[in-house]
Design a binder for this molecule. Structure first.
Ligand code: 2M8
Length: 427
């Protein structure tokens, strides 16, 4: 594996800041230079979390820039496009056509899908660490209503199963595009060969499903991004435990922020309780949460890192917490990998140590699991995950993801969430 000169904490922190500075375009940070030249939704939430302790204004600007793309439905889009190089990423604005949609913002180009709703947790992190309390309170009053609208959208338009969980309608919405969890629902779709130019696809998609990704996005676009189309006709609808676990954690965050926004926290506490009950009732099996395919009406058997999402909930019953942590520390996940935590169960036939969300370890999911360990008082696991994650970036740099056996870097370089969350881990 590539060797880097040894770096101490202070030097690592400086390197992380310079990556974030280089990836900043105006008030937004792009995930990685060249590869992802726009603002992505949960990437920006991770960047906000990472810079919140040291620069409240920058953290606030990051979040507000993303929310400038929020639709009037409450939907926060998964990409806010940078107009200067609009078509540098496929699919770009000419595919999504947000400017033709009455609910999209007039002056900002966006995609038509969403991503895990981590933003309330990110706002909470800004609120928690801001030194200037008046400034923080003003920010909360401004952003809180936008996040309430985002949560309302998920609870209504996206409750496609009618049981209190939000459904993703595209693998891109999970943030874990090619996770083997989506193989079955994708294979149930017709075989398509869509007529985009092959050279528009980045190298990282040696992926037989990519035509179906584009096809699904176009179907939804051609419905006019219509909520009743999603409910009745859209062929991909999945209840994902990571998406819903993050939503639940964000409900707790909104409950804690409500007083500062002059609102009642109870609505958010009730929402958290509803999501928890639905997760336990619908997605739990064999020591882990699983995604539920609403179109095939079945739980998806593969165990992936997404199954630990609900651990972010401080209210999860103790027996479930213990079982989840046993699974996490078993040879299926942390127990066999030198560099935790692989994105897919190591023993699964679909596991691939070098392929994106089908095996590699990621800084953002390690950070989420470390937070979950902290929420449940597991100081040893907090230390272990923090140390292992810092070892990855110290050795291989701020890569997009890492081989879980030898720690070598995979995917893009100078990746923003790897740098930003390193800052948080070093704090
Ligand atoms: C990856 O997803 C994009 C599509 O949204 C892609 O593959 O082109 C995922 O890792 C996702 O989680 C991330 O937000 C995005 C930008 O970093 O890249």
């Amino acid at each position: 594996m590539e060797a880097r000169p040894a770096v101490d904490d202070a030097a690592l922190g400086r390197e992380a800041w310079s990556v974030l500075d280089a990836n900043r375009t105006g008030s937004a940070t792009v995930p990685a230079p060249g590869l992802y030249p726009h603002q992505w939704s949960w990437d920006s939430a991770f960047v906000t979390i990472g810079v919140a302790r040291r620069d409240t204004r920058r953290a606030a600007a990051e979040l507000l820039s993303l929310l400038s793309g929020q639709w009037r439905t409450g939907m926060v889009p998964h990409i806010v496009f940078h107009p200067a190089h609009a078509e540098a990423y496929f699919p770009g604005p000419s595919v999504w056509r947000s400017h033709d949609h009455p609910a999209a913002p007039n002056d900002v180009l966006t995609s038509g899908l969403t991503q895990p709703p981590l933003h309330a947790l990110a706002l909470w992190q800004v609120w928690r660490y801001a030194v200037d309390r008046a400034e923080a309170a003003a920010l909360v009053r401004r952003v809180y209503p936008m996040l309430v609208a985002q949560h309302d959208y998920l609870a209504t338009t996206r409750d496609l199963g009618g049981a209190g969980l939000a459904a993703i309608v595209h693998p891109w919405e999970s943030g874990m595009d090619d996770s083997p969890a989506w193989d079955e629902p994708l294979e149930a779709l017709p075989t398509v060969r869509y007529a985009y130019r092959r050279e528009e696809l980045p190298e990282r998609h040696p992926d037989s499903h990519h035509d179906r990704y584009v096809w699904l996005a176009l179907r939804y676009r051609d419905s006019g991004y219509d909520g009743s189309y999603l409910r009745l006709d859209h062929p991909f609808a999945v209840e994902d435990p990571m998406f819903n676990g993050i939503w639940l954690a964000s409900c707790h965050a909104l409950a804690e922020l409500a007083a500062a926004a002059g609102d009642d926290p109870r609505q958010h506490e009730e929402a958290a309780a509803r999501i928890r009950a639905a997760l336990l009732d619908r997605l739990w099996a064999d020591g882990l949460f699983h995604a539920r395919d609403l179109r095939g009406d079945r739980l998806i058997p593969i165990r992936t890192i997404g199954g630990f999402g609900p651990l972010l909930d401080p209210g999860l019953p103790g027996d479930r917490v213990d079982e989840l942590l046993d699974t996490l520390e078993s040879p299926r996940f942390m127990g066999a990998a030198g560099y935790p935590v692989p994105s897919c169960e190591i023993r699964a036939p679909q596991f691939d140590r070098s392929r994106y969300w089908r095996g590699p370890s990621w800084v953002n999911t390690n950070w989420l699991l470390r937070r979950a360990a902290a929420v449940h008082g597991r100081a040893d696991l907090v230390r272990q995950l923090g140390t292992a994650t810092l070892r990855l970036v110290r050795q291989a740099g701020f890569r997009e993801c890492f081989d879980p056996f030898d720690g070598s870097g995979r995917g893009g370089r100078d990746f923003s969430w790897s740098a930003a969350l390193t800052l948080d881990l070093l704090a």
